[in-house]
Write a protein that binds this ligand. Structure first.
Ligand code: PMP
Length: 340
């Protein structure tokens, strides 16, 4: 067999330069764009989704986590060994824990107790310290607790809700990825929910600038319509809509807001799994439920893109899986009477 090594030289690992290989950070972004094959709004529209769960730590938040740390390093604000702290619904914490593990920063994650236990354990597995705050204190309470701990211990706050490095990275990566995926192709609607607003603001601004014909659609929980100036109420769409409008959210980026309920979000997430094999979280279901509402009203032939922020694996303990049995109670009867 021709090894391609004509001079029969034996290469050693040191002949291979670091630049010849990618590192984990190189795989953040460039997420898959997938055309749905079965689910439709029944009016000749085309639905596509962008799978942010394919990022190395399983969510869209790998993007800002990487950039917030990189920018702080470039500014000289942090050096390995410094402790970082962030208030998070979990995905930013998991993403920061990943980057901190690689770059050598102790990391403290401050999360309301209401977010899934999978999130806590994933962060701890990555050696982060997880501090839980009461659910009743909402996102505002997580942020205040973070500020108090940072002040007391001199820790560095990444501040995803106000850090410009968060939307900036979506302007530089998510937005251009979408523009390149749809270059010379029709795109009518871009649909995204928001937590910090980094995704919809950064990607939305780029899409608006390059393709002014594309309508940007925001979505949020029916019971917490902050963009409509309504009162915040607890919702089940983890990662979405804190009890304040973050600085990182450009409230003017969306042309239209399409709220969805918790139940619609969970149902849409299940529908993506069952019909398309796409395994995503509750906010992904929410975004997709909003995209379906948009598709129902859109002109025939419209192309609609929905952002799916994370993977379904961090929701095993949540209402998303409430009716999925874990005991040997389903399918067992198939073995009855079989000699094997
Ligand atoms: N969905 C989930 C599951 C999330 O964790 C987040 C981030 N908190 C979002 C959506 C929203 O992303 P962004 O912060 O970019 O608005």
């Amino acid at each position: 067999m021709d090894s391609g090594n004509k001079d029969n030289v034996r290469y050693t690992a040191t002949d291979m330069k670091d630049e010849d290989y990618k590192t984990l950070a190189d795989y953040v972004g460039n997420t898959p764009l997938v055309r749905l094959q079965k689910i439709s709004a029944g009016n000749d529209n085309r639905l596509l989704v962008k799978l942010e769960g394919n990022n190395p730590a399983g969510s869209v938040k790998d993007r800002p986590a990487l950039n917030m740390i990189t920018q702080a390093e470039l500014r000289g604000d942090i050096t390995p060994g410094d402790t970082l702290i962030e208030a998070t619904s979990g995905n930013t914490g998991i993403a920061l824990a990943m980057v901190c593990a690689v770059r050598g920063y102790p990391f403290v994650s401050v999360m309301a107790e209401s977010f899934s236990v999978e999130r806590r354990r994933l962060m701890r597995f990555l050696r982060a310290k997880v501090v839980l705050t009461p659910a009743a204190d909402r996102a505002t309470g997580m942020v205040r607790a973070t500020e108090a701990m940072a002040a007391k211990h001199g820790w560095f706050m990444t501040q995803q809700f106000e850090n410009e490095a968060n939307p900036a990275f979506h302007r530089n990566t998510t937005g251009p990825e979408i523009l390149s995926d749809f270059a010379d192709r029709r795109l009518d609607y871009f649909v995204s929910g928001y937590g910090t607003g980094g995704t919809i603001s950064g990607a939305g601004q780029m899409i608006r600038a390059a393709r002014p014909d594309v309508r940007i659609i925001s979505t949020e929980p029916e019971g917490a319509q902050m963009l409509e100036g309504k009162e915040w109420q607890p919702h089940k769409i983890q990662g979405w809509t804190p009890d304040f409008l973050p600085d990182t959210l450009d409230t003017a980026v969306a042309h239209q807001n399409v709220p969805v309920s918790d139940d619609e979000s969970i149902a849409a997430s299940k529908a993506l799994a069952v019909n398309e094999g796409i395994f995503c979280g509750i906010s992904s279901g929410g975004t997709f439920a909003a995209a379906l509402k948009v598709a129902e009203r859109a002109e025939a032939g419209s192309v609609i893109l929905a952002m799916l922020p994370d993977t379904g694996e961090r929701y095993l303990s949540t209402p998303l899986f409430a009716d999925v049995p874990e005991g040997p109670d389903e399918g067992q009867e198939l073995l009855d009477g079989l000699d094997y």
